[in-house]
Design a binder for this molecule. Structure first.
Ligand code: B3K
Ligand code: ZN
Length: 871
């Protein structure tokens, strides 16, 4: 396989300051005439050969300076043109069939629309071009097509002219004044309606906003529009970033590989991150829409105005933009709850990635297929790494760093190093050692020891009154080897801590300690007894902590910690220790440990000072993937069974409280306010625990909740609980749900997911039947993910003894790969985690990986993931 290395970066040989594209649109035969103004790059070697990337396209004709030119050849998929001088106009004609483009990369047809997806390397499927992010061009686009079929014609930048041809076709021209890399090009054509609004920037530019959707969907775009306007305002207020065009357009399409795409001035979205109304979207969907709309908008600066020099720098735009969208969402809703949710995702998805065969640093050193690096590591850990800079510098100084970064690199294709340097200079930090976070993969494990100085004998106990004794924390960090990195240098780890006095229940203020060595000690004065340690408050660093905290301490922190994240963490730790011990067979006092959890959870249920949004969060048991991370190797169905067992026990022990909670929150009327959202979150949590303890009562309540539901959060929550039970209400509710929402693709996706992700022991049977359902299709990524990702993430079904689940996912990968390699590759990591499961299962998982590897015509995407997973 061809491996691309970061160290091999060379500047482009030729630049393309301008490009004109002319599209004659048709669903199955679109003609593209490209005219590239090319100029030799002074920083290049001076070669007369212009190499233009292509992928599955053919050049119909090549001209140079307006004349037919024969001095070109194909080198693999690339077009190589011999040029006589230093600057030329190169014309290339290509013909593409969007309706045959099932990969959904390049120009493709979706539901009668034409649209594009170019990041990372899709532009080369439209025309031949130096398809790399450090070649920035000013784009002029013209398109023409049948007016009835394509009434709306959109591209990047500003609309400059349009007209009719008199033969039923019409045309439009767009010009984007901002030089951009090819991955930010976009075109959309089709029958669309717009929800319009406007935003006036702080310097007085009135920006026309439009969200384009299929007719009938416009009613469901208000939340996305509100989110967009709020993002525009927030980016001005916090980061000082203003929008830079007169128009900002969003289009939602139903066939889309990713969540959304930040094309300059023309964001293209998966419908699931745009469309919402109370009947069809959950509170979680509303939050996701707000976050993704903001994320794509924020890319206008962190990604577009300052872009990436090469794809190894992907986290430069993604990690930073995820941090920005997280900060925005924290500001819009509950900041502590948002923090907890973000850490939960990191632990569920990124920690396993970091300890598995596909582990890579946030700035990888090599890749075969860049699409495989749009990962939780690059995105979510990338955000955590930049968040640590905010911890070290404080937000105010951090923002001086980002302002310097934007000023210094505006209009450039930059590197992660440029970013770090700008933060160093602007925020006044020394980030020399901090750069290890960019170089090394793996989640550091920090072990903490704590000792109390013995009383000073010369002071005879007076020490206590004269400021007390010293407490010493000894911290050791270690990071396990990852592929290609057997030895790790120590990371710089900022840890927020507080030391609670056991008697008073208070602490003397939060401190920031910065760990830089493999082992290091910190002493704090003024204690009379050993305090309770609260560490990594707010999750100040993306590490695992092993601390000397007793069960009693955790119960104490779960009740009293004034840092909401730490409080949540104490509750999680209490449960993690219990479940990990139970699975590993090392749990000594099961009864006592269980009782401590029951008491802590009971206190959370009773705590009138807690808001329900936070209460709902504290009631969620640690996820199976995160639990598996704490064990070297374990039978996943044992983890599942222990977790369900604890849930059942909590359901029984606290039954009256769950019933009272469900009654209380069921009376709260629907609104999008935090209080009502919190009520809905607790409503479903209560049902979940009741479902484990008293299925008949839970079925009755879930059925009633389903029937009375005025909104999707309640309806989906109730249906989820019914799905897990074997009761007559289950079938009835599923049938009602399907009939009620027939034709609404996003809601039917939920119908598939709920069944595939269900705790129901027959989930595998259900999934096999659903794969044959008339509503199932392999060509719509949302539908494929709804069924098969929910199944792959469903431990009790996927890991069922015998390996049937592994076979089903391997079959899926093989069948999907020729249709859409990008989406197929996303399923490989589920089979790749064989080192974490018992040996019998590991052998079965490996056998499936080998079966896939034996297929000769795999996509580069799947090939890379499978071969790395077998190493
Ligand atoms: N930048 C896009 C990623 C597109 C996925 C390419 N395989 C979405 C985002 O992060 O905003
Ligand atoms: Zn992004």
């Amino acid at each position: 396989p061809t491996v691309i290395h970061r160290a091999d970066y060379r500047p482009p040989e030729w630049l393309v300051p301008e490009i004109a594209l002319d599209f004659a649109l048709s669903l199955d035969a679109t003609r593209v005439q490209a005219t590239l103004k090319v100029a030799k790059n002074a920083a290049g070697s001076g070669t007369s050969l212009l190499r233009l990337n292509g992928d599955a396209i053919e050049a119909k004709a090549v001209t140079v300076d307006g004349h037919a030119h024969n001095d070109w050849h194909m080198d693999g998929a690339d077009l190589v043109i011999e040029l006589p001088g230093d600057a030329h106009d190169v014309g290339i004609e290509t013909l593409i069939d969007p309706s045959a483009n099932t990969q959904l990369s390049g120009l493709y047809a979706s539901n009668g629309l034409l649209c594009t997806q170019c990041e990372a390397e899709g532009f080369r499927r439209i025309t031949f071009f130096p398809d790399r992010p450090d070649v920035l061009s000013v784009y002029s686009v013209r398109m023409s097509g049948d007016k009835a079929q394509f009434p709306v014609l959109l591209s990047n930048g500003n609309p400059t002219a349009s007209g009719e041809n008199g033969d039923g076709t019409h045309w439009a021209e767009w010009h984007d004044p901002w030089p951009k890399p090819s991955y930010l090009f976009a075109l959309v054509a089709g029958e669309l309606v717009a929800n319009r609004d406007s935003f006036t920037t702080k310097s007085g530019r009135k920006v026309n906003l439009a969200i384009y959707v299929r007719p009938g969907d416009e009613e469901r775009t208000d939340h996305a529009m509100r989110s967009l306007i709020a993002s525009m305002k927030w980016d001005e207020d916090v980061y000082g970033r203003e929008y830079d065009l007169d128009d900002f357009n969003i289009v939602a399409v139903s066939d889309f590989n990713a969540g959304a795409m930040e094309n300059k001035g023309l964001n293209v979205f998966n419908t699931r991150y745009i469309l919402a109304d109370p009947e069809t979207a959950t509170d979680g969907d509303y939050d996701a829409i707000e976050g993704v709309v903001a994320h794509e908008y924020f890319h206008n600066w962190s990604g577009n105005r300052v872009t990436c020099r090469d794809w190894f720098q992907l986290s430069l735009k993604e990690g930073f933009t995820v941090l920005r969208d997280q900060q925005f969402s924290a500001h819009r809703g509950s900041a502590p709850v948002k923090r907890i949710e973000d850490v939960r995702i990191l632990r569920a998805v990124q920690f396993p990635e970091d300890s598995g065969p596909l582990a890579h640093p946030i700035r990888p050193d090599s890749y075969q297929e860049i699409s495989n690096f749009y990962t939780a590591t690059v995105y979510n850990k990338g955000a955590e790494v930049i968040r640590m800079m905010t911890v070290l510098a404080g937000m105010e100084r951090f923002l001086e760093g980002t302002t310097l970064y934007f000023d210094r690199h505006d209009g450039e294709a930059a590197t992660c190093e440029d970013f770090v340097k700008a933060i160093e200079d602007g925020a006044g930090l020394d980030l020399k050692q901090f750069r290890n976070w960019y170089e090394q993969a793996g989640t550091p494990r920090v072990s903490v020891g704590m000792t109390l100085e013995s009383a000073n004998p010369t002071l005879e106990g007076e020490g206590a009154t004269l400021g007390g004794r010293g407490v010493t924390l000894t911290l050791k960090q270690a990071t396990a080897p990852t592929p290609g990195q057997p030895e790790k240098k120590p990371f710089l780890i900022p840890l927020r801590i507080a030391l609670f006095d056991r008697e008073t229940g208070e602490h003397h203020g939060e401190e920031l300690i910065v760990l830089t060595e493999a082992e290091q000690s910190f002493t704090f004065e003024g204690f009379t007894s050993l305090p309770v340690l609260s560490i990594n408050r707010g999750f100040s660093a993306p590490v695992e902590i092993v601390a000397p905290v007793t069960t009693e301490d955790l119960v104490f922190l779960a009740r009293h910690d004034d840092d909401p994240f730490a409080r949540y963490e104490a509750m999680q730790q209490l449960i993690v220790r219990h479940l990990v011990g139970a699975v590993a067979g090392t749990l000594e006092k099961r009864e006592e440990s269980q009782a401590a959890i029951g008491a802590a959870m009971g206190a959370i249920l009773d705590d009138a000072a807690l808001d329900d949004l936070m209460r709902g969060e504290l009631l969620i048991l640690p996820g199976e993937a995160y639990l598996a991370e704490q064990l070297t190797r374990a039978d996943p169905t044992r983890i599942f069974a222990e977790r369900e067992g604890l849930k059942r026990w909590l359901g029984e022990t606290l039954k009256d409280k769950w019933l009272a909670l469900h009654d209380r929150v069921s009376a709260v009327p629907y609104s999008l306010e935090a209080e009502a959202r919190g009520a809905r979150k607790c409503k479903t949590q209560a049902l979940v625990y009741l479902g484990a303890a008293d299925p008949a009562e839970a079925a009755r309540r879930a059925k009633a909740q389903y029937d009375a539901a005025t909104n999707m959060t309640d309806r989906q929550g109730a249906l989820m609980v019914l799905c897990s039970l074997d009761c007559p209400e289950r079938e009835a509710a599923l049938a009602d749900f399907h009939a009620r929402f027939a034709g609404n693709m996003l809601v039917i996706d939920k119908w598939f997911s709920l069944q595939a992700g269900s705790l129901n022991p027959k989930a595998t049977e259900h999934v096999k039947a659903l794969a044959e359902h008339p509503d199932f299709t392999m060509t719509n990524p949302n539908r494929v993910r709804a069924l098969w990702m929910a199944f792959a993430a469903n431990a009790q079904a996927f890991h069922k003894a015998g390996g049937e689940g592994y076979g089903l996912i391997a079959d899926l990968i093989l069948k999907l790969d020729p249709i859409n390699g990008n989406v197929a590759a996303r399923f490989v990591p589920y089979l790749g985690r064989w080192k974490k499961v018992d040996e019998a299962r590991a052998a079965l998982m490996r056998a499936e990986l080998e079966r896939i590897a034996a297929e000769p015509t795999l996509s580069r995407d799947v090939r890379e993931q499978v071969s790395k997973s077998l190493e």
